[in-house]
Design a protein around this ligand. Structure first.
Ligand code: GDP
Ligand code: IMO
Ligand code: MG
Length: 418
């Protein structure tokens, strides 16, 4: 069977940390979409790692980590990431498998991403600049190159793709140095050949037939999904649960649990609607307490209160069975904590996530008392302050699902399983 873990907000919920915590229960950890736009942070034994394309189960020996067909890979960034990890994990090469059907991010995809963003000016999406959108565009328009393509006549295929991209880049007033990017790219291509390149659909289904347990690791979050997120301010893949079947090649009946992960508040990086955003000192306090700066780009994350309207929407699409609440400790100092329970639109109360999320949407809040105690050192539920237990109970009642894991700090150990 397959369990799926995915973000319910706009990314950076803490997926990496929890995948690492859950890995001992599984045989295979598999990324199913996204690429190096992701930054999944893990902390243990006073060490901190940020993973981009490598699944977050990699720190457990004997566990297979698979990069699925739904992922887009930048060979240069992949090589840099793996080489960094190999300083502490020698056997990584045999643990990590890559789908032949995963698409490649070419240097020109990155250039097109950056050029298109700057041409948009004020309307920019605020992408990570990693070429994600252009790589998925080529996949869908049937112009992409896949990992399996590196095994035969790759240079020829590459030149054909690059010629198209050069024409696209000529439309922008944008100067670039392609040879400088191509050197690490081709080094990355050679590096990928050190790994077992697999057909992820056969690979996963064979493991499932043998009774193995698979944990599918989502990147980004439901509100950044290309179909259901706050379009066009989204990423270019299906981040939701159904994306796991597509991005790995297993049938939907194999899904058992769906872990939906969220922060005790909410953040977003880049442009786009965010109804509960706080642009005042409370937002600054969350950013400081939660160290809310992007793990990929270093950009300050926009911060706000938890939004139950958006969370319910995300839970509906994903069929969440188990909730996971992260970064509870970040709210330690607040006397009162607000929870958005509905929106007001043109003077009317609505409790669904509407097509158009614009400036007319106003959050309706309920206020709960803060716990004003440090949570970081708590490792048992019975230590919880009453106000914190009330917060958890309130969310469970409103979201109609159990919160099975509570995180009270960045370290692997600062995790309470219920
Ligand atoms: P991901 O992309 O979903 O894996 O999340 P990120 O790694 O981008 O962002 C989560 C950040 O919060 C990382 O810096 C984590 O180390 C940190 N983090 C995770 N859980 C907790 C927690 O419970 N408390 C605090 N204070 N930090 C946490
Ligand atoms: P993880 O997996 C938060 C956001 C970008 C931008 C939009 C599109 O670490 O949670 P893209 O480069 O994908 O075309 O950018 O999506 N974004 C993320 N925000 N966490 C992420 O990943 C993100 N990946 C992309 O900021 O708004
Ligand atoms: Mg992240």
């Amino acid at each position: 069977m397959v369990d799926v873990l995915l973000g319910l907000q706009w990314g950076d919920e803490g997926k990496g940390k929890i995948i690492d915590v859950l890995t001992p229960d599984y045989d295979v950890i598999a990324r199913f979409q996204g690429g190096p736009n992701a930054g999944h942070t893990l902390e243990f034994e006073n060490k901190k790692f940020v993973l981009r394309s490598v699944p977050s189960g990699i720190f457990h020996n004997e566990k297979i980590n698979l990069i699925g067909n739904g992922v887009v890979i930048d060979p240069a960034l992949f090589k840099a990431e793996v080489e960094d990890l190999q300083k502490s994990r020698q056997q990584l090469c045999s643990q990590l498998k890559i789908s032949k059907k995963a698409h490649l991010i070419l240097p020109t995809h990155r250039l097109i991403d950056i050029a298109a963003e700057s041409a948009k000016g004020e309307e920019k999406i605020g992408t990570t600049g990693k070429g994600i959108g252009p790589a998925y565009t080529d996949k869908i328009s049937r112009n992409g190159l896949r990992v399996g393509d590196i095994l035969e006549n790759f240079k020829e295929k590459y030149q054909i793709a690059i010629a198209k991209h050069k024409k696209m880049l000529a439309q922008y007033n944008f100067s670039y140095d392609l040879p400088q990017l191509e050197k690490p790219f081709f080094e990355g291509i050679e590096f990928i050949k050190n790994f077992e390149l697999v057909d992820s659909e056969f690979y996963i289904n064979q493991h499932l037939a043998e009774g193995k347990r698979v944990l599918a690791e989502g990147a980004q979050g439901a509100m950044l999904d290309i179909d259901f997120g706050t379009y066009p301010f989204v990423t270019s893949s299906n981040t939701v649960c159904a994306g796991a079947c597509i991005g790995l090649g297993f049938p939907p009946q194999k899904i058992s649990k769906v872990f939906g992960i969220f922060k005790a508040y909410c953040t977003r990086v880049g442009s786009g609607p965010f109804p509960t955003e706080l642009t005042d000192i409370q937002g600054d306090a969350i950013r400081q307490n939660g160290n809310e700066f992007g793990s990929v780009t270093g950009r300050p994350r926009r911060c706000g209160w938890i939004d139950l309207v958006a969370l319910r929407y995300a839970m509906m699409i994903n069929g969440v069975t188990d909730l996971i609440m992260m970064k509870s400790d970040v709210l330690d100092k607040f006397e009162f904590i607000k929870v958005c329970i509905a929106y007001e639109l043109n003077g009317k109360r609505i409790d669904y996530f509407p097509f158009n999320i614009n400036k007319n949407i106003k959050p309706i809040y309920t206020e709960l008392r803060g716990w004003q105690q440090k949570m970081n050192n708590m490792n048992k539920e019975r230590d919880f302050p009453k106000e914190f237990s009330d917060y958890v109970k309130f969310l469970e009642r409103e979201l109609k699902a159990p919160i099975k894991i509570i995180s009270v700090g960045a370290d692997r150990e600062q995790t309470i399983l219920r």
